[in-house]
Design a protein around this ligand. Structure first.
Ligand code: TRP
Length: 347
């Protein structure tokens, strides 16, 4: 019997760095990550290569976004000064790219083509008449490498875990990740621990225009770094129940984005508000004014921390460098195990 080591508790999650982050990222991902800083070894990935799959013609934007996203991470309270919390720059990690290359061998084209998130994003790209490259279609496979490079390695402990808290749109990518992990283990010998998908109570925040998803490219996002004034304006312009034209009209909170935001940011039980909306007692203007206050209360401490770090660019670079180095050590060990298993460890 081999002596079994202690269980490893790993978290990896990430965000592509195509611009500053918004409330959708906060609700769907960032806020879920925070508590794990106390219990897990955390890797927070700044996915710049993934950003470049659709923005290869705008490297400056991706570069700047890495700093922006790092600031947003710090703003929400991720803390890489803790021993087990690491910010990782995707493109700086060559071993991750090597793992991606291996995973390409055991990923079927059909598995990428039927991925619903890829399908949805393809439609958006085509609507914008953007050409679609090979790297874009393959990014879910690349994302499997993002996740699995931090796998606990054998001899595994039954309680090892690799948790990936993300928004709902990432679920197909995590499913593919586990198909790849199992396929690798089956074909070459057990190296990988499959990951665990975790999402929050609001896996997808709708946009301020009532569209299905908050997204910078759709112009319906409230950014974490927006000033209180900008946030208030955005909220006051928000789409609300179209059948409620003036205060006395009976409203329909079920379909109203403002109401959903209240449930997300001010507690799930909003029955009092719903009653006042339905009866016509509560008008949309008053309701949105209250919502702006609620959202700014969430964003105030985020903006404050963000501003503090914005004045320390050297410190941010140091966090990125240190975190990526820790990730590199893990990725090297993972790649050694992969090479051994695949019989490509020649010397
Ligand atoms: N696809 C994610 C996004 O669009 C970013 C991402 C890249 C990611 N690699 C990851 C998320 C690994 C979770 C795990 O923002």
């Amino acid at each position: 019997m081999k002596t079994v080591r202690k269980p490893e508790k790993i978290l990896l999650s990430g965000i592509r760095t195509t611009g500053p982050l918004h409330l959708g990222h906060y609700v769907g991902a960032l806020s879920l990550w925070l508590p794990f800083q106390k219990t897990h070894q955390c890797f927070f990935l700044l996915a710049d290569i993934q950003g470049l799959t659709t923005h290869f013609d705008n490297p400056e934007r991706i570069r700047q976004s890495v700093t922006e996203v790092a600031l947003d991470f710090l703003g929400v309270g991720l803390d890489p000064s803790l021993l087990d919390v690491h910010f990782v720059v995707q493109s700086m990690l060559e071993e991750r790219a090597a793992l991606y290359e291996v995973f390409q061998l055991i990923t079927n084209l059909a598995e990428l083509e039927r991925n619903p998130t890829i399908k949805e994003e393809l439609e958006q790209l085509r609507a914008r008449k953007q050409s679609v490259n090979f790297g874009f279609i393959g990014y879910p496979c690349s994302q499997a490498a993002d996740i699995l490079f931090v796998t606990p390695l054998p001899p595994h402990h039954p309680e090892d875990e690799l948790v990936v808290p993300v928004g709902e749109d990432q679920k197909p990518h995590l499913e593919l990740t586990n198909v790849i992990a199992r396929r690798f283990n089956h074909q070459y010998g057990k190296v990988f621990v499959p990951c665990r998908y975790l999402s929050g109570e609001t896996p997808r925040l709708i946009g301020t225009d009532g569209k299905a998803k908050m997204s910078k490219s759709l112009g319906n996002a409230i950014q974490l770094k927006d000033s209180a004034d900008v946030v208030t304006k955005q909220v006051m312009n928000m789409f609300t129940d179209p059948e409620k034209l003036r205060k006395g009209d009976p409203g329909h909170p079920e379909g109203c984005p403002a109401f959903q935001y209240f449930q997300t940011f001010a507690g799930a039980d909003q029955s009092g508000r719903a009653t006042r909306c339905r009866s016509g007692e509560l008008g949309c203007v008053e309701c949105k004014r209250e919502l702006a206050l609620v959202i700014n209360k969430v964003l105030d401490p985020i903006r404050e921390r963000r501003n503090k770090f914005e004045a320390q660019p050297e410190k941010i670079l140091q966090f990125l460098r240190d975190g990526t180095e820790v990730a590199r050590e893990r990725a090297q060990k993972t790649m050694s195990a992969v090479r051994r298993a695949m019989r490509i460890d020649y010397y």
